[in-house]
Design a protein around this ligand. Structure first.
Ligand code: FES
Length: 106
């Protein structure tokens, strides 16, 4: 059985388990939690963009329109394309809030 990691969304304080072969979005849906909006589930629409705050993860392919290289380096990634390698904490904020977070990091 795949190792499970604890994943915590910091704004709503929601926690669920996620394996390394499961995306954050899929794990959230399977756990019956609602802290990230669900769209295409394929890295194309940008709805599920989150800010990773701690932990290690892998990323699958995602639209550069929604996540450019700089955003990715800052931990702003699409939850449907993020696979945890450790316990993770992250925040979901509407797109405008994420843009301001990006500016603060620069
Ligand atoms: S749900 Fe569309 S990019 Fe993640």
């Amino acid at each position: 059985m795949a190792e499970l990691f604890e994943v915590t969304e910091l704004i709503k304080c929601l926690q669920f388990s996620c394996s390394r072969d499961q995306s954050l979005l899929k794990a959230m849906e399977q756990a019956g939690k609602r802290c990230i909006p669900v769209g295409c589930r394929g890295g194309g629409c940008g709805l599920c963009k989150v800010q990773i705050r701690s932990g290690e993860f892998d990323c699958g392919p995602m639209s550069k329109k929604h996540v450019d290289e700089e955003s990715r380096r800052c931990g702003q990634v699409l939850a449907c394309r993020v696979y945890p390698l450790s316990n993770l904490t992250f925040e979901y904020r509407p797109a405008d809030a994420l843009a301001s977070v990006k500016q603060q990091v620069q």
